[in-house]
Design a binder for this molecule. Structure first.
Ligand code: T3D
Length: 263
């Protein structure tokens, strides 16, 4: 596959997708959306892929929508941003959230606008110490999209979510970790290594079961307690039918390391 605006590779069960328009801080234009969509389709359809790692090239992770793609000259037609959200951003967020495998995001630099919320649709977010998160939407008269109005209050509470969204101030990676917005902040030079180590480790684990864990935790955010108990019953039933469950128990009993296949 030939991509211009992303780098994409698969190795040892790990799909690595890196946004690659560094001069524009990896902001999204239609072509980059198309390329990411194609790559995610491969991830979804390939049985060899057991973990996805998303990151960015250069000094930024992603600055959201490429604003130079928007014609706001006086007299120009009113843009339909709802159409853009429907066509590009919502499918991307749904795809990341629904992928039946762990998705790691390594935020290598500034993450602004949609670029700040895309990581929050992933399962484990690591960030370089120099990275930052900016809900930049309010500075240009927009509202947080890419799921931000849903994820932010759930992750950091309404008071902080409102401050982030209404003020658009820069949140450092360290503060993001302290607030529970992300999993972990690491030294810049360690980010790629740490993220790949985590991805490679997860790729050897019972990833079918991990996908069910992801599904159940995601569902818990909107389920009642009783609905969640029922979901746990149903998903445990599926987990119990997997080869990995048998292998995990057998390896434990035989006092050996398990060899999981992700099914
Ligand atoms: O339209 C729709 O489809 C609706 C959906 C919207 C989703 C959204 O994401 S809306 C929000 C869009 N994003 C922003 O508003 C963020 C804009 N960028 C910034 O505020 C700043 O660039 C940053 C705070 C992210 C970083 O600041 P700084 O000082 O480190 O870098 P810089 O100098 O501003 O940017 C470096 C270059 O990247 C610069 O280009 P140049 O001058 O070197 O040729 C800058 O223009 C370019 N760049 C940064 N962000 C964008 C961008 N180019 C196009 N679009 C961008 N979003």
């Amino acid at each position: 596959m030939n991509f211009e605006h992303i780098l994409f590779s698969i190795e040892a069960g790990v799909a690595l997708l890196s946004l690659n328009r560094p001069d524009q801080l990896n902001s999204f234009n239609a072509q980059m959306h198309g390329e990411v969509r194609q790559a995610l389709k491969v991830v979804q359809e390939s049985p060899d892929v057991r973990v996805l790692l998303l990151t960015g090239e250069g000094r930024g992770f992603c600055a959201g929508q490429d604003l130079s793609d928007r014609n706001v000259a006086p007299g120009s037609a009113v843009p339909d941003l709802g159409q853009s959200i429907e066509t590009f951003y919502n499918p991307l967020i749904r795809q990341l959230r629904d992928l039946p495998l762990p998705v790691i995001c390594a935020v290598n630099g500034v993450a602004a606008g949609a670029g700040a919320n895309i990581p929050l649709a992933c399962d484990l977010v690591l960030a370089a110490r120099s990275a930052s998160f900016i809900q930049a939407f309010c500075k240009i008269g927009l509202i947080p999209d890419s799921g931000g109005t849903w994820t932010l209050p759930r992750l950091v509470g309404m008071a902080r979510a409102k401050a982030l969204a209404l003020l658009g101030n820069r949140l450092s990676a360290e503060q993001a970790e302290q607030w529970g917005l992300i999993y972990r902040c690491v030294d810049d030079t360690e980010l790629r290594h740490e993220a790949l180590t985590l991805a490679r480790h997860l790729a050897t684990q019972p990833t079918y079961g991990l996908a069910l864990i992801k599904r159940s935790l995601n569902a818990s955010l909107s389920n009642t307690f009783d609905q969640q108990l029922e979901l746990e019953r149903d998903l445990q039933r599926l987990a119990g039918r997997s080869e990995d469950y048998r292998e995990g128990v057998a390896a434990f009993m035989e006092k050996r390391s398990p060899s999981f296949k992700g099914r």
